[in-house]
Write a protein that binds this ligand. Structure first.
Ligand code: HEC
Ligand code: HEC
Length: 268
Protein backbone atom coordinates (compact mmCIF):
# COMPACT_ATOMS: atom_id res chain seq x y z
CA UNK A 1 0.00 0.00 0.00
CA UNK A 2 2.86 2.33 0.89
CA UNK A 3 4.42 1.65 -2.48
CA UNK A 4 1.11 2.45 -4.12
CA UNK A 5 0.85 5.73 -2.25
CA UNK A 6 4.39 6.76 -3.12
CA UNK A 7 3.82 5.82 -6.72
CA UNK A 8 0.58 7.81 -7.02
CA UNK A 9 2.24 10.74 -5.27
CA UNK A 10 5.20 10.86 -7.60
CA UNK A 11 3.06 10.26 -10.67
CA UNK A 12 0.80 13.08 -9.57
CA UNK A 13 3.64 15.52 -9.04
CA UNK A 14 5.06 14.51 -12.41
CA UNK A 15 1.81 15.30 -14.20
CA UNK A 16 0.33 18.10 -12.13
CA UNK A 17 2.68 20.93 -13.19
CA UNK A 18 1.75 20.24 -16.79
CA UNK A 19 -1.83 21.20 -15.91
CA UNK A 20 -0.83 24.48 -14.32
CA UNK A 21 0.49 25.78 -17.63
CA UNK A 22 3.95 27.02 -18.55
CA UNK A 23 5.21 29.07 -15.65
CA UNK A 24 7.12 31.89 -17.35
CA UNK A 25 4.41 33.07 -19.73
CA UNK A 26 2.08 32.96 -16.77
CA UNK A 27 4.04 35.31 -14.50
CA UNK A 28 2.47 38.56 -15.65
CA UNK A 29 -1.02 37.08 -15.48
CA UNK A 30 -0.38 35.73 -11.98
CA UNK A 31 0.89 39.15 -10.82
CA UNK A 32 -2.23 40.85 -12.18
CA UNK A 33 -4.41 38.17 -10.61
CA UNK A 34 -2.75 38.65 -7.25
CA UNK A 35 -3.57 42.38 -7.27
CA UNK A 36 -7.22 41.69 -8.05
CA UNK A 37 -7.38 38.89 -5.52
CA UNK A 38 -5.98 40.99 -2.67
CA UNK A 39 -8.60 43.67 -3.30
CA UNK A 40 -11.67 41.54 -4.01
CA UNK A 41 -11.23 38.08 -2.57
CA UNK A 42 -8.63 38.02 0.22
CA UNK A 43 -11.11 39.42 2.74
CA UNK A 44 -12.95 36.10 2.71
CA UNK A 45 -10.42 33.64 1.28
CA UNK A 46 -7.20 34.96 2.89
CA UNK A 47 -4.20 36.57 1.18
CA UNK A 48 -2.87 33.23 0.04
CA UNK A 49 -6.20 31.52 -0.35
CA UNK A 50 -5.84 29.81 3.01
CA UNK A 51 -9.45 30.52 3.91
CA UNK A 52 -10.75 32.72 6.73
CA UNK A 53 -12.49 31.34 9.79
CA UNK A 54 -14.56 33.63 12.03
CA UNK A 55 -14.32 33.65 15.84
CA UNK A 56 -17.33 31.38 16.18
CA UNK A 57 -15.87 28.84 13.80
CA UNK A 58 -17.89 29.55 10.69
CA UNK A 59 -16.13 30.34 7.44
CA UNK A 60 -16.01 33.60 5.55
CA UNK A 61 -14.55 31.79 2.61
CA UNK A 62 -13.15 28.27 2.19
CA UNK A 63 -9.47 27.57 1.44
CA UNK A 64 -8.78 27.70 -2.28
CA UNK A 65 -5.67 25.51 -2.53
CA UNK A 66 -6.27 22.91 -5.20
CA UNK A 67 -9.68 24.17 -6.41
CA UNK A 68 -7.95 25.04 -9.68
CA UNK A 69 -8.47 27.57 -12.43
CA UNK A 70 -11.69 25.82 -13.49
CA UNK A 71 -13.41 26.63 -10.17
CA UNK A 72 -12.37 30.27 -10.35
CA UNK A 73 -13.49 30.61 -13.94
CA UNK A 74 -16.87 29.09 -13.08
CA UNK A 75 -17.40 31.12 -9.90
CA UNK A 76 -16.26 34.46 -11.28
CA UNK A 77 -17.66 34.17 -14.81
CA UNK A 78 -21.14 33.18 -13.59
CA UNK A 79 -21.06 36.14 -11.19
CA UNK A 80 -21.11 34.00 -8.03
CA UNK A 81 -17.79 35.41 -6.83
CA UNK A 82 -16.92 37.81 -5.39
CA UNK A 83 -19.73 37.00 -2.99
CA UNK A 84 -21.42 40.05 -1.52
CA UNK A 85 -22.00 38.41 1.83
CA UNK A 86 -21.29 34.90 3.02
CA UNK A 87 -24.67 33.28 3.33
CA UNK A 88 -26.75 30.34 2.26
CA UNK A 89 -25.79 29.97 -1.38
CA UNK A 90 -23.75 32.26 -3.56
CA UNK A 91 -26.15 34.33 -5.63
CA UNK A 92 -25.73 34.49 -9.38
CA UNK A 93 -25.12 38.11 -10.34
CA UNK A 94 -23.84 39.98 -13.37
CA UNK A 95 -20.13 39.20 -13.61
CA UNK A 96 -17.79 41.83 -12.21
CA UNK A 97 -14.52 40.81 -13.86
CA UNK A 98 -14.04 40.58 -17.62
CA UNK A 99 -12.47 37.58 -19.35
CA UNK A 100 -8.91 38.75 -18.95
CA UNK A 101 -9.30 39.61 -15.26
CA UNK A 102 -11.02 36.28 -14.67
CA UNK A 103 -8.13 34.48 -16.34
CA UNK A 104 -5.69 36.43 -14.16
CA UNK A 105 -7.58 35.51 -10.98
CA UNK A 106 -7.69 31.89 -12.13
CA UNK A 107 -3.96 31.90 -12.82
CA UNK A 108 -3.23 33.30 -9.36
CA UNK A 109 -5.49 30.82 -7.54
CA UNK A 110 -3.92 27.97 -9.55
CA UNK A 111 -0.58 28.83 -7.88
CA UNK A 112 -2.04 27.80 -4.48
CA UNK A 113 -2.00 24.16 -5.52
CA UNK A 114 -2.56 22.04 -8.61
CA UNK A 115 -6.20 21.70 -9.59
CA UNK A 116 -8.35 21.29 -12.68
CA UNK A 117 -7.54 23.68 -15.52
CA UNK A 118 -10.15 25.62 -17.50
CA UNK A 119 -11.41 23.28 -20.25
CA UNK A 120 -10.93 24.16 -23.95
CA UNK A 121 -13.56 24.00 -26.58
CA UNK A 122 -12.24 20.65 -27.84
CA UNK A 123 -13.18 19.19 -24.44
CA UNK A 124 -16.89 19.88 -24.78
CA UNK A 125 -17.65 20.15 -28.48
CA UNK A 126 -18.89 17.38 -30.77
CA UNK A 127 -17.39 19.22 -33.74
CA UNK A 128 -16.07 16.92 -36.44
CA UNK A 129 -18.15 13.90 -35.41
CA UNK A 130 -20.30 11.99 -37.86
CA UNK A 131 -24.07 12.25 -37.35
CA UNK A 132 -24.30 8.65 -36.16
CA UNK A 133 -21.53 9.14 -33.59
CA UNK A 134 -23.13 12.36 -32.50
CA UNK A 135 -26.47 10.69 -31.87
CA UNK A 136 -24.77 7.94 -29.93
CA UNK A 137 -22.91 10.52 -27.84
CA UNK A 138 -26.14 12.35 -27.06
CA UNK A 139 -27.97 9.22 -25.93
CA UNK A 140 -24.97 8.18 -23.81
CA UNK A 141 -24.99 11.67 -22.32
CA UNK A 142 -28.71 11.32 -21.60
CA UNK A 143 -28.11 8.14 -19.60
CA UNK A 144 -25.38 9.79 -17.55
CA UNK A 145 -27.54 12.86 -17.03
CA UNK A 146 -30.49 10.76 -15.83
CA UNK A 147 -28.42 8.84 -13.30
CA UNK A 148 -26.26 11.69 -12.01
CA UNK A 149 -27.98 15.02 -12.43
CA UNK A 150 -31.77 14.74 -12.47
CA UNK A 151 -32.06 14.17 -8.72
CA UNK A 152 -31.24 17.84 -8.25
CA UNK A 153 -31.63 19.54 -11.62
CA UNK A 154 -34.77 17.74 -12.73
CA UNK A 155 -35.55 15.81 -15.89
CA UNK A 156 -35.78 18.87 -18.06
CA UNK A 157 -32.73 20.54 -16.49
CA UNK A 158 -34.92 23.33 -15.08
CA UNK A 159 -33.58 22.91 -11.58
CA UNK A 160 -35.32 22.33 -8.29
CA UNK A 161 -35.28 22.95 -4.56
CA UNK A 162 -32.53 21.60 -2.32
CA UNK A 163 -32.58 20.92 1.44
CA UNK A 164 -32.09 23.86 3.81
CA UNK A 165 -33.39 26.53 1.48
CA UNK A 166 -30.87 25.87 -1.28
CA UNK A 167 -31.65 25.65 -4.92
CA UNK A 168 -30.24 23.71 -7.83
CA UNK A 169 -30.48 26.25 -10.64
CA UNK A 170 -31.69 25.70 -14.18
CA UNK A 171 -28.82 24.59 -16.37
CA UNK A 172 -30.55 25.40 -19.63
CA UNK A 173 -28.86 28.77 -20.09
CA UNK A 174 -25.41 27.74 -18.91
CA UNK A 175 -22.59 27.77 -21.45
CA UNK A 176 -20.96 24.41 -22.27
CA UNK A 177 -17.73 25.62 -20.70
CA UNK A 178 -19.45 26.39 -17.41
CA UNK A 179 -21.37 23.10 -17.42
CA UNK A 180 -18.04 21.32 -17.79
CA UNK A 181 -16.53 23.34 -14.97
CA UNK A 182 -19.55 22.79 -12.72
CA UNK A 183 -19.19 19.02 -13.11
CA UNK A 184 -15.46 19.21 -12.53
CA UNK A 185 -15.54 21.43 -9.45
CA UNK A 186 -18.93 20.86 -7.79
CA UNK A 187 -19.98 24.39 -6.79
CA UNK A 188 -21.80 24.89 -3.49
CA UNK A 189 -23.92 21.88 -2.56
CA UNK A 190 -23.39 20.12 -5.85
CA UNK A 191 -21.26 16.98 -5.88
CA UNK A 192 -18.13 17.20 -7.95
CA UNK A 193 -17.70 14.69 -10.74
CA UNK A 194 -13.98 14.11 -11.15
CA UNK A 195 -12.63 12.69 -14.38
CA UNK A 196 -12.36 9.32 -12.65
CA UNK A 197 -16.06 9.46 -11.90
CA UNK A 198 -17.37 10.84 -15.20
CA UNK A 199 -14.64 10.73 -17.84
CA UNK A 200 -13.90 13.77 -20.04
CA UNK A 201 -15.67 12.09 -22.99
CA UNK A 202 -18.71 11.41 -20.81
CA UNK A 203 -18.74 15.04 -19.67
CA UNK A 204 -18.72 16.08 -23.33
CA UNK A 205 -21.66 13.73 -23.97
CA UNK A 206 -23.64 15.10 -21.02
CA UNK A 207 -23.15 18.61 -22.39
CA UNK A 208 -24.31 17.48 -25.83
CA UNK A 209 -27.43 16.05 -24.20
CA UNK A 210 -28.14 19.24 -22.26
CA UNK A 211 -27.77 21.22 -25.50
CA UNK A 212 -30.34 18.90 -27.05
CA UNK A 213 -32.98 19.33 -24.34
CA UNK A 214 -32.32 23.06 -24.39
CA UNK A 215 -33.28 23.20 -28.05
CA UNK A 216 -36.26 20.91 -27.75
CA UNK A 217 -39.63 22.48 -28.46
CA UNK A 218 -42.35 22.03 -25.86
CA UNK A 219 -45.00 19.71 -27.21
CA UNK A 220 -48.66 20.05 -26.32
CA UNK A 221 -48.77 23.77 -25.71
CA UNK A 222 -48.37 24.52 -22.02
CA UNK A 223 -45.19 22.89 -20.67
CA UNK A 224 -45.93 23.49 -16.96
CA UNK A 225 -42.31 24.50 -16.60
CA UNK A 226 -41.25 21.01 -17.62
CA UNK A 227 -40.93 20.14 -13.95
CA UNK A 228 -41.93 16.55 -14.52
CA UNK A 229 -44.36 14.09 -12.95
CA UNK A 230 -44.93 15.99 -9.71
CA UNK A 231 -46.09 19.25 -11.25
CA UNK A 232 -48.01 17.42 -13.93
CA UNK A 233 -49.69 15.18 -11.35
CA UNK A 234 -50.55 18.16 -9.19
CA UNK A 235 -51.97 19.97 -12.18
CA UNK A 236 -53.98 16.86 -13.08
CA UNK A 237 -55.41 16.62 -9.57
CA UNK A 238 -56.14 20.24 -8.85
CA UNK A 239 -57.33 21.39 -12.24
CA UNK A 240 -58.54 18.10 -13.71
CA UNK A 241 -60.18 16.32 -10.78
CA UNK A 242 -61.00 19.67 -9.11
CA UNK A 243 -62.79 20.77 -12.25
CA UNK A 244 -64.78 17.55 -12.40
CA UNK A 245 -65.82 17.88 -8.74
CA UNK A 246 -66.86 21.49 -9.35
CA UNK A 247 -68.84 20.44 -12.40
CA UNK A 248 -70.57 17.67 -10.47
CA UNK A 249 -71.62 20.17 -7.79
CA UNK A 250 -72.83 22.55 -10.45
CA UNK A 251 -74.92 19.80 -12.04
CA UNK A 252 -76.40 18.85 -8.69
CA UNK A 253 -77.32 22.47 -7.97
CA UNK A 254 -78.89 23.17 -11.33
CA UNK A 255 -81.01 20.14 -12.12
CA UNK A 256 -84.73 20.65 -12.45
CA UNK A 257 -85.13 18.09 -9.66
CA UNK A 258 -83.60 20.22 -6.93
CA UNK A 259 -85.13 23.53 -7.88
CA UNK A 260 -88.67 22.35 -8.57
CA UNK A 261 -91.01 22.62 -5.61
CA UNK A 262 -92.85 19.37 -5.10
CA UNK A 263 -96.30 20.01 -6.52
CA UNK A 264 -99.07 20.09 -3.94
CA UNK A 265 -101.05 16.98 -3.61
CA UNK A 266 -98.65 14.79 -5.54
CA UNK A 267 -97.08 11.86 -3.75
CA UNK A 268 -93.39 12.49 -3.35
C1 HEC B 1 -26.76 17.05 -5.09
C2 HEC B 1 -27.45 17.83 -6.06
C3 HEC B 1 -26.81 18.06 -7.42
C4 HEC B 1 -26.43 17.13 -8.36
C5 HEC B 1 -26.52 15.61 -8.24
C6 HEC B 1 -25.95 17.87 -9.49
N1 HEC B 1 -26.02 19.21 -9.24
FE1 HEC B 1 -25.48 20.70 -10.51
N2 HEC B 1 -25.87 22.09 -9.05
C7 HEC B 1 -26.38 21.82 -7.81
C8 HEC B 1 -26.45 23.04 -7.03
C9 HEC B 1 -26.96 23.18 -5.61
C10 HEC B 1 -25.93 24.08 -7.86
C11 HEC B 1 -25.76 25.54 -7.49
C12 HEC B 1 -24.44 25.74 -6.78
C13 HEC B 1 -24.16 27.16 -6.38
O1 HEC B 1 -24.79 28.08 -6.91
O2 HEC B 1 -23.28 27.36 -5.53
C14 HEC B 1 -25.60 23.44 -9.13
C15 HEC B 1 -25.10 24.13 -10.24
C16 HEC B 1 -24.91 23.56 -11.48
C17 HEC B 1 -24.58 24.29 -12.68
C18 HEC B 1 -24.44 25.81 -12.80
C19 HEC B 1 -25.72 26.38 -13.39
C20 HEC B 1 -25.71 27.86 -13.54
O3 HEC B 1 -25.46 28.34 -14.64
O4 HEC B 1 -25.95 28.58 -12.57
C21 HEC B 1 -24.47 23.37 -13.69
C22 HEC B 1 -24.14 23.66 -15.13
C23 HEC B 1 -24.73 22.07 -13.11
N3 HEC B 1 -25.00 22.21 -11.79
C24 HEC B 1 -24.68 20.88 -13.84
C25 HEC B 1 -24.84 19.62 -13.27
C26 HEC B 1 -24.65 18.37 -14.00
C27 HEC B 1 -24.33 18.26 -15.47
C28 HEC B 1 -24.86 17.36 -13.10
C29 HEC B 1 -24.75 15.86 -13.34
C30 HEC B 1 -23.51 15.38 -13.87
C31 HEC B 1 -25.18 17.97 -11.81
N4 HEC B 1 -25.15 19.33 -11.97
C32 HEC B 1 -25.49 17.26 -10.67
C33 HEC B 1 -26.79 20.58 -7.35
C34 HEC B 1 -26.55 19.37 -7.98
C1 HEC C 1 -17.93 37.65 1.17
C2 HEC C 1 -16.97 36.57 1.14
C3 HEC C 1 -16.37 36.14 -0.19
C4 HEC C 1 -15.72 36.91 -1.15
C5 HEC C 1 -15.49 38.40 -1.12
C6 HEC C 1 -15.27 35.98 -2.16
N1 HEC C 1 -15.64 34.70 -1.83
FE1 HEC C 1 -15.24 33.03 -2.93
N2 HEC C 1 -16.38 31.91 -1.63
C7 HEC C 1 -16.98 32.41 -0.47
C8 HEC C 1 -17.75 31.34 0.12
C9 HEC C 1 -18.58 31.46 1.42
C10 HEC C 1 -17.61 30.21 -0.71
C11 HEC C 1 -18.25 28.85 -0.56
C12 HEC C 1 -19.66 28.97 -1.08
C13 HEC C 1 -20.05 27.95 -2.02
O1 HEC C 1 -19.28 27.01 -2.24
O2 HEC C 1 -21.14 28.10 -2.59
C14 HEC C 1 -16.72 30.60 -1.79
C15 HEC C 1 -16.32 29.75 -2.82
C16 HEC C 1 -15.39 30.08 -3.80
C17 HEC C 1 -14.86 29.18 -4.78
C18 HEC C 1 -15.24 27.72 -4.93
C19 HEC C 1 -14.35 26.87 -4.09
C20 HEC C 1 -14.57 25.41 -4.37
O3 HEC C 1 -14.32 24.63 -3.45
O4 HEC C 1 -14.95 25.05 -5.49
C21 HEC C 1 -13.97 29.88 -5.54
C22 HEC C 1 -13.13 29.34 -6.68
C23 HEC C 1 -13.97 31.23 -5.05
N3 HEC C 1 -14.84 31.32 -3.98
C24 HEC C 1 -13.22 32.26 -5.59
C25 HEC C 1 -13.34 33.59 -5.22
C26 HEC C 1 -12.69 34.68 -5.91
C27 HEC C 1 -11.75 34.51 -7.09
C28 HEC C 1 -13.09 35.82 -5.28
C29 HEC C 1 -12.72 37.25 -5.64
C30 HEC C 1 -13.01 37.68 -6.98
C31 HEC C 1 -13.97 35.46 -4.18
N4 HEC C 1 -14.10 34.09 -4.18
C32 HEC C 1 -14.55 36.35 -3.30
C33 HEC C 1 -16.87 33.68 0.03
C34 HEC C 1 -16.33 34.76 -0.65
Amino acid sequence: MLLGLVLTGSLYSAFAPAQAGSAESNDALVAEGRELFLVSCAFCHGKNGEGVVTVNGTQYGPPLAGVGAAAVDFQVATGRMPMAQPGQQSAVKARIFDEEETAALAAYVATFGPGPAVPNESDYSLEGMSDADREEAISRGGQIFLTNCTACHNFGGNGGAMPRGGQAPSILNTTPEHIYEAMLTGPGNMDSFSNGNISPEEKRDVIAYIETIRNQPEYGGFGLGGLGPVSEGLFGWVVGIGGLVGFAIWIAAHTTRTTKQPSKGADA
